[in-house]
Ligand binder design. Structure first.
Ligand code: FAD
Ligand code: NAD
Length: 475
C-alpha cells in the first residue's frame, strides 16, 4: 500500500501527530507494534505511575490527619483490586484513543516496522499468523520513543530485579525495595512503594537526588524523603547484584566503603534509551548521534527529506508534552505552514510529594551562561493556604532579567507544584514582566498566590514578608 503520511509509533508523539494530520485533511496511517495505542506514557509510564501516586498521596494524607485530631484505622490494601483499578484507567484511555483514531479515519496497522529505504517500511505481523505489510510513503513521522536503559551486570535473570514497566505491574508489596537511580522514576516509584508499605532505599551515583533539578527545589523534597525512605545513599555505586532466592544481595561501593545488603526487590531506574536501533535507519539518510538520538532541525526534519522525527527518539527532555508538541509541529510543517519547535519553556514536573516543577531558565543555567538575573523566592511558610493545608514545606522562586524585569524562569516545590507551574509557562512564553505577575489579581487563599507574591518580593513589596528597606535598615 502507498500512503502520503505514515506515523511510526502510537505514543503521545505519534498519536497527536496522526490525529492532527487527519484533522488537517491528510490521509494518514499509524503503525504500532503494541496491540493498544498510548505508548510508554499511557501504557507503562505517566498515567499508571500517576494513578499509583494518587493512591500513595491519599494514604499519606489519611496518616497526616492525626495531627488534626482525626485518626483512621490502618488501611487494608487489596492489591489485586488496586491493580485492576489502575488497569481500568489505562483501558479507558487507550480505548478512547482507538475510538478517536477510528472517527478520524486514521488507519492503524499493528506490527513492527523497519525501513528498507527512505520511502518504504516493512511491517512484520504483531502476532504469529498475522499479515505482514509493505508500506510506501511520501513522508514518515518517526515517533518510536524510548525504553529503559539497562546495566548488563544487573541482568541476573531474576524477576526480583525490575525496571519501571515491571515495577508498575505491582506484583507484590515487597518488604524491602532498593531503587537504583535517584531520578524521576526512582523517586516517583520509590514514593509509591514506600506509601504502600515497603521499606525503600535509594542509591544514587551522583552527590544529589535529581541531579538536573534546582537545589532549592530538591532540598524540601529530600528532607521529606529522608523521613519516608529507609535510606538514601548518595555518591554510591552498585557493583554487583546476586540472586539469593528469597532476596537479592546488593554490593555497594560508596562513602561508607564496600557494603552488602539484601533486598526483597530491586528497581533499576537509571535513565532511558532512544528506540533508534533495529529500525533499519541505516537504509535511509537519517543521522543518529552518539547517544542514539535521531538528529532533527527546528522543524523536526531529519537529514532524510522523506522522514521527520519527534519525541523521545530525537532527544531530551524525554517528556510526553514535548513529544506531542513536536508531533504537531511536524504535521504543520508537512501541511506547508512555517512551524518551528522553539519553546521558551518546556515544563518539567516530578510528581513526588512534595512535587517539584520548573520551567524556563534555571539558576544553574543562568550562572553557567553568565546571564545577569535576579532570583526572588517566596517561602510557603508565609502562605495562608499552605498553613491551612498543613503543607508549608514549599517554595516558589522566579528568575527575572535584571535589566528588563522579564520573567525568565519559574521553579516551584510543594504540594500541587505540577499544576501551579502552568502559570509560569504562560508567563515565560508571553514574555511577561514580574510586574505583570504581581499586578494580576490572584485568588485568595490559594497556593497560586505564591507566584504573584514571589514577584512582589522581587520588588521588595511582599505583604506577608518583612524585608527592611535599605534606608530603614541603615538607621
Ligand atoms: P513512546 O511513548 O515511547 O511511544 C513510542 C511507540 O512506538 C511505542 O508505543 C512503541 O511500541 C512504538 N514503536 C517503537 N518501535 C516500533 C516499531 N519498530 N514498530 C512499531 N511500533 C514501534 N513524561 C511526562 O511528560 N510526564 C510524566 O509524568 C511521565 N511519567 C513517566 C513515568 C514512567 C514510569 C516512564 C517510563 C516515563 C514517563 N514519562 C513521563 C515519559 C513519557 O512516557 C515519554 O516521554 C513519552 O511517552 C514519549 O512519547 P513518544 O511518543 O516519543 O514515545
Ligand atoms: P533520570 O535520568 O531521571 O534519572 C536517572 C538517575 O540515575 C540519575 O540521577 C543518575 O545520576 C542515576 N544513575 C545513573 N546510573 C546510575 C547507577 N549505575 N547507579 C546509581 N544511580 C545511577 O532517569 P529515569 O528516572 O530512569 O527516568 C527516565 C526519563 O523518563 C526521565 O529523564 C524523564 O525524561 C522521563 N520521566 C519523566 C517523568 C515525569 O515527567 N514526571 C517521570 C518518569 C520518567
Amino acid at each position: 500500500m502507498h500512503v502520503p503520511v505514515v506515523v511510526l509509533g502510537g505514543g503521545p508523539g505519534g498519536y497527536a501527530a496522526a490525529f492532527l494530520a487527519a484533522d488537517l485533511g491528510m490521509e494518514v496511517t499509524l503503525v504500532e507494534r503494541d496491540p493498544r495505542l498510548g505508548g510508554t506514557c499511557l501504557l507503562r509510564g505517566c498515567i499508571p505511575s500517576k494513578a499509583l501516586l494518587h493512591v500513595g498521596r491519599v494514604l499519606a494524607e489519611a496518616r497526616e490527619m492525626e495531627e488534626w485530631g482525626i485518626a483512621f484505622e490502618k488501611p487494608a490494601i487489596d492489591l489485586s483490586a488496586l491493580r485492576a483499578r489502575k488497569d481500568k484507567v489505562i483501558a479507558s484511555l487507550t480505548g478512547g484513543l482507538a475510538q478517536l483514531a477510528k472517527r478520524r479515519n486514521v488507519t492503524i496497522v499493528h506490527g513492527t516496522a523497519r525501513f528498507t529505504n527512505s520511502t518504504t517500511l516493512e511491517v512484520a505481523a504483531a502476532e504469529a499468523g498475522g499479515a505482514s505489510h509493505t508500506i510506501t510513503f511520501d513522508h514518515c513521522i518517526l515517533a518510536s520513543g524510548s525504553r529503559p536503559a539497562r546495566i548488563p551486570a544487573f541482568d541476573i535473570g531474576s524477576s526480583r530485579v525490575m525496571d519501571s514497566t515491571s515495577a508498575l505491574e505491582l506484583a507484590d508489596i515487597p518488604e524491602s525495595l532498593l531503587v537504583v537511580g535517584g531520578g524521576y522514576i526512582g523517586l516517583e516509584m520509590g514514593t509509591v512503594y514506600a506509601e504502600l508499605g515497603s521499606r525503600v532505599s535509594v542509591v544514587e551515583l551522583t552527590d544529589t537526588l535529581l541531579p538536573g533539578a534546582d537545589r532549592d527545589l530538591v532540598k524540601p523534597l529530600q528532607k521529606r524523603l529522608e523521613g519516608l525512605f529507609a535510606r538514601i545513599h548518595l555518591r554510591t555505586k552498585v557493583v554487583k547484584l546476586e540472586d539469593r532466592g528469597t532476596a537479592v544481595a546488593v554490593h555497594f561501593d560508596g562513602p561508607d566503603g564496600q557494603t552488602t545488603q539484601e533486598f526483597s526487590r530491586v528497581l533499576v531506574a537509571v535513565g532511558r534509551r532512544p528506540n533508534s536501533d533495529g529500525l533499519g535507519l541505516e537504509n535511509t539518510q537519517v543521522v543518529v548521534n552518539a547517544k542514539g538520538f535521531v538528529e532533527v532541525d527546528g522543524q523536526q526534519r531529519t537529514a532524510d527529506p522523506h522522514i521527520l522525527a519527534i519525541g523521545d527518539v530525537c532527544g531530551e527532555p524525554m517528556l510526553a508534552h514535548r513529544a506531542s508538541h513536536q508531533g504537531k509541529v511536524a504535521v504543520e510543517v508537512l501541511h506547508g505552514e512555517p512551524a518551528l519547535f522553539a519553546p521558551r519553556a518546556i515544563p518539567a514536573v516530578v510528581f513526588t510529594d512534595p512535587e517539584i516543577a520548573w520551567a524556563g531558565l534555571t539558576e544553574h543555567e543562568a550562572e553557567a551562561s553568565g546571564r545577569p538575573v535576579e532570583v526572588s523566592k517566596y517561602p510557603w511558610a508565609a502562605s495562608g493556604r499552605a498553613h491551612a493545608l498543613g503543607r508549608t514545606d514549599g517554595l516558589t522562586k522566579i528568575l527575572v532579567d535584571a535589566e528588563t524585569d522579564t520573567v525568565l524562569g519559574v521553579g516551584i516545590v510543594g504540594s500541587g507544584a505540577g499544576e501551579l507551574i502552568a502559570e509560569g509557562v504562560l508567563a515565560i512564553e508571553m514574555g511577561c514582566s514580574a510586574r505583570d505577575l504581581m499586578e494580576a489579581i490572584h485568588p485568595h487563599p490559594t497556593l497560586g498566590e505564591t507566584v504573584a507574591f514571589s514577584a512582589e518580593n522581587y520588588f521588595g513589596l511582599a505583604t506577608e514578608i518583612y524585608r527592611p528597606r535599605a534606608e530603614t535598615a541603615a538607621t
